[in-house]
Ligand binder design. Structure first.
Ligand code: IPT
Length: 957
């Protein structure tokens, strides 16, 4: 054996590698032994690929002074920065683009692990053994007991090596050299952190003589006959057993029997076994048939509607090294929030995740580990997917995905990859996949002509464009015109948002051709950080980075659902509950694709001024998909005096399911009964001036400025018009349709530095009037703002009138008043809750009586920004005040000013001050999705227009 080579040519070789076994299905044997090599490994990180020779792979090498690293893991997320740091870029390659060359500075982690075979390991001459790597970023070379067994690329794909002949009972030395950068990096330009390491399992599998090699479960469902046809093709002949179906057939032989089909809604799996001479392998069989028919994606004979999300693998401490509990948490959260589909953006996930999708029921678009997005910077010149030299690598990636994952019923589409432009390599992949697996469809977004795909897929198309596509007015190639449409990415969930998803869902449901979409994305990729809370791009000193664009998920890094997930859950709920309090009926519609409503229990409740006074169960027929029924509500309960009344009808799980407990809410609807009694304050008191003070009812004002200073002993600071909000990530983005970037327009106009000119303080018998003009320096536009104060002696009413002056060309961020309170903790309100609501993110907000605290009202978006406003508020109580609005208003309260919120870059920058700042908003601009996509629809924009709104203040006794 010869050592001490520093041959590193393989790193820049465009070929997929050498030495690995052909790809095959990923399965866990019932009886063959395996040994997990996860755990603590020795690690040495070098700055270049050739800094160290490979003598560390020799038996007897003393690595006693090396560091330790946990496998699976990324070395840059361990050792507190001692081994290097994470780098985040969206689509820019963090190295010069000169394929297939990579930088000399190529962090290289030598990993070493010595292991003994367990006592129960079969004798070394009985069968063989396979060493499996489930994921290594980005290129690895492997030695076992001093023998070089090969090298590979394809970070999120499995690679196996035959090693039986090299094993010994004890003292086996496994050496793995991992390079951060390789030719493979050019194919892995996904929008995520660059995180080198052995980040998925390493396993030694015993392979018994006569054991199973590869097999392909074909399990179709005929929706006309109700029968399933099973055929298991196996490299090694054997038998296929499915006891529940009385199946006992030879491999390769088809058998047709009546079955219950598999769907995301009814994930019926049959346990089976593949038995060869030397091994038994468990099978989990789901019968379903996926076809493209009548221009639609149909499963088991019915068109389906994707209510999906894009999922990157992420954990705030371990990056893309996920344990089973975390994967399960993702799936449970998805199921509990009514999602029915996942696109595994942008690589095949850990295989255990797909098992969970089979088990709990989620449609999956399994995406190949391929993205060359950075080539867009050079108009796609030299794009590897259009260069034959790279085609073997692309085909290798396609095969490693399909072969590994082909036995999962949840997978309905193979996706070629993401953002890789177009090219012959992609076509070759599609052709190979189509020929290898005729039971699924092929997806790829980057080719709008749909040359290689079975679906027209786009990302972030505007509502108008989606509607045009729905109406088949979008043109395109003949092939495309015949295809169904999905949005593989939409609703960019960065920071506060995404806005407008309810408007999208209406279109998805209205047009058959549109078969739903996938929100971008599931989770914020924040990295836990001692000083910053969660770090994002730039926090590790990267010379090139894309900031917090990596934090754009429906859940926060700790997996707490964001308001965006609550909104999505409501928007995609599988039961529509609409009613009319006047005629005493509720209309229930089943919007599932397969399930009837028998799993749900319905509950009505009746609210008087927001408080539930009575509730009961409602009997709803087990409607079939698409069916509706009008169900009679009981007589409304009696109540005293005038009050606003309303009905809430909820659909909950009737019994525990695999993913949710009995009583878990799936859908709800609210509809009004008696309308709200608006506050009226008779102006029976009048303002009285006494030196520097004006008093009016319970309130005191500064006589010179007309500024409110207290109400009934509660001090109030700085009450005045407010039009500014701390720009959201969406406000900072550019509307893909109009090119508008709100934060820039707003700042250019000066809306963040409005000046308040005092024009008059006028006292009449019953009114204190303060006239002002609110305008930014250097501009002619302004808002003539008049505050009118009246009182009945105990309550204080403020009416604000706003008249725009000059030519306003931009919507306002917000319109309302703000004020400071010395103390506030508990908050109660009658209005929309429990979470935040903005004009285009208010579907999940329901009318009720809510309580919270100032601290809990905050939504912890990783980059601080406007958040936490509660909408449709009739009245709110906090800091000793009761504030009632006419009309309804939105409010937020925080322990910092909006200016401090805006200045912060991480949550840890926000320091509570002595004052609680409260915004009472007449309106806010919609949120939109223009951090990547379209802005708020015109109907959700806050146009500068004459407005009048009022608040009644009283002290809270
Ligand atoms: C799109 C990418 O596919 C996705 O990975 C992510 O980067 C997303 O944008 C933004 O967060 S690509 C973009 C050009 C729309």
């Amino acid at each position: 054996m010869s050592f001490r080579t520093t041959d590193v040519d393989y790193i820049e070789d465009v070929s997929p590698g050498s030495g690995a076994l052909p790809p095959r299905a990923w399965y866990a044997s019932s009886d063959a032994t395996s040994l997990s090599l996860n755990g603590s490994w020795r690690l040495r990180v070098s700055p270049t690929a050739d800094a160290e020779d490979d003598s560390f792979a020799e038996e007897g090498y003393d690595a006693g002074d090396w560091a330790e690293v946990t496998v699976p893991g990324h070395w840059v997320l361990q050792g507190d920065g001692a081994f290097g740091k994470p780098v985040y870029t969206n689509h820019l390659y963090p190295f010069p683009v000169d394929p297939p060359h990579v930088p000399t500075e190529n962090p290289t982690g030598d990993h070493l692990r010595v292991f003994d075979l367990p006592d129960d390991w079969p004798a070394l001459d009985e069968g063989g053994a396979v060493l499996r790597f489930d994921g290594v970023e980005s290129c690895a070379r492997v030695w076992l007991n001093g023998t070089d067994i090969g090298e590979f690329k394809g970070s999120r794909l499995a690679h196996e090596f035959a090693v039986g002949h090299l094993l010994k009972p004890s003292g086996n030395v496994l050496a793995v050299r991992v390079h951060q950068w390789s030719a493979g990096s050019y194919l892995e330009d996904q929008d995520q952190w660059w995180l080198p390491g052995i980040f998925r399992d390493v396993t030694l599998l015993h392979r018994p003589a006569g054991g199973v090699l590869d097999f392909f479960v074909h399990a179709d469902y005929d929706h006309v006959t109700g029968e399933g046809t099973l055929r298991v093709d196996s490299d090694v002949d054997g038998r296929v057993l499915v006891p529940a179906l009385d199946i006992d057939v030879a491999t390769g032989a088809p058998v047709t029997v009546p079955v219950e089909p598999w769907s995301a809604e009814t994930p019926k799996l049959y346990d089976g076994e593949l038995v060869t001479e030397g091994e038994r392998v468990p099978l989990r069989i789901g019968f379903r048939t996926v076809v493209l028919e009548d221009g639609l994606i149909k499963v088991n004979g019915r068109p389906i509607l994707f209510k999906g999300v894009n999922r990157h693998e992420w954990h705030p401490r371990t990056g893309r090294a996920l344990d089973l509990a975390t994967m399960r948490e993702d799936v449970l959260l998805m199921k509990r929030h009514n999602l029915n589909a996942v696109r595994t953006s942008h690589y095949p996930p850990h295989p255990a995740f797909l098992d969970l999708c089979d088990e709990y029921g989620l449609w999956v678009i399994d995406e190949c580990d391929l993205e060359t997005h950075g080539f867009t910077e050079q108009d796609w010149r030299d794009n590897p997917v259009d260069d034959d030299r790279w085609t073997p690598a692309l085909l290798d990636r396609a095969a490693r995905m399909v072969e590994r994952d082909k036995n999962h019923p949840s997978i309905v589409f193979w996706s070629l990859g993401n953002e890789a432009g177009t090219g012959r390599g992609l076509t070759a992949m599609a052709e190979w996949i189509h020929s290898r697996d005729t039971s699924r469809l092929v997806h790829y977004e980057g080719d709008w002509n749909c040359r290689d795909t079975d679906v027209y897929s786009r990302m972030y198309a505007s509502h108008a464009e989606v509607e045009a596509i729905g109406k088949e007015l979008d043109g395109g190639t003949l092939k495309r015109r015949g295809l169904p449409f999905i949005q593989c990415e939409y609703g960019h969930a960065m920071g506060n948002g995404p806005g407008g998803i309810a408007d999208y869902q209406e279109l998805f449901e209205k047009y058959d051709r549109i078969q739903g979409g996938f929100i971008w994305e599931w989770i914020d990729h924040g990295i836990e950080h001692a000083e910053l809370g969660y770090a994002y791009g730039g926090d590790f000193g990267e010379e090139l980075h894309d900031g917090n664009f990596v934090c754009d998920g429906l859940i926060f890094p700790d997996r707490t659902p964001s308001p965006g997930l609550a909104e999505y859950k409501k928007v995609i709920e599988p039961v529509r509950i609409e009613g009319d309090g006047a005629d005493g009926t509720v209309r229930v519609t089943n919007r599932y694709d397969f399930a009837d409503l028998s799993a749900l229990a319905f509950v009505w409740s009746y609210q008087v001024d927001g408080a539930t006074v009575e509730s009961g169960s409602l009997s709803v027929p087990a409607l079939k998909p698409g069916e509706s029924a009008d169900v009679k509500l009981p007589e409304p309960p009696a109540h005293q005096g005038p009050a606003e009344t309303g009905w809430t009808v909820r659909a909950t799980l009737a019994a525990d399911t695999a993913w949710g407990e009995r009583g878990h809410e799936v859908a709800w609807g609210q509809f009004p009964g008696a309308v709200r009694v608006l506050p009226s304050v008779a102006a029976t008191d009048g303002p009285v001036r006494d030196g520097r003070t004006i008093t009016l009812g319970p309130a005191a004002f500064d006589a010179r400025t007309g500024t409110l200073t207290s109400i009934g002993g509660v001090s109030v600071e700085g009450l005045r018009l407010d039009v500014w909000r701390a720009p959201t990530d969406n406000d900072e983005g550019t509307d893909w349709v109009s090119g508008v970037q709100y934060s820039v327009l707003w700042r250019t106009l000066g809306l963040h530095r409005m000046r308040h000119r005092l024009d008059a303080v006028e006292l009449t018998d019953d009114t204190l009037t303060v006239r002002t003009r609110v305008a930014p320096a250097a501009r002619e536009v302004g808002l003539a703002t008049v505050y009118r104060w009246t009182s009945d002696g105990s309550r204080l009413k403020l009416t604000v009138s706003v008249a725009p002056e000059g030519e306003w060309k931009v919507p306002l961020p917000r319109l309302g008043v703000r004020l400071g309170l010395a103390e506030a903790e508990a908050v109660t309100w009658f209005g929309g809750g429990p979470g935040e609501a903005y004009p285009d993110t208010r579907a999940a907000s329901r009318i009720g009586l809510w309580t919270s605290t100032v601290d809990d009202l905050q939504t912890p978006y990783l980059r601080p920004q406007e958040n936490g406003a509660r909408g449709d508020v009739r009245w709110a109580r906090l800091g000793g005040l009761r504030i009632e609005g006419d009309p309804e208003f939105a409010f937020s309260a925080r322990r910092w000013t909006n200016e401090q919120l805006e200045a912060a870059s991480h949550l840890t920058d926000l320091k509570a001050g002595d004052t609680v700042w409260v915004n009472l908003d007449h309106g806010q601009n919609g949120v939109g999705s223009q951090s990547c996509g379209p802005g708020p629809l015109p109907r959700h924009q806050l146009t500068a227009a004459p407005a009048e709104f009022s608040f009644v203040f009283s002290t809270d006794k």
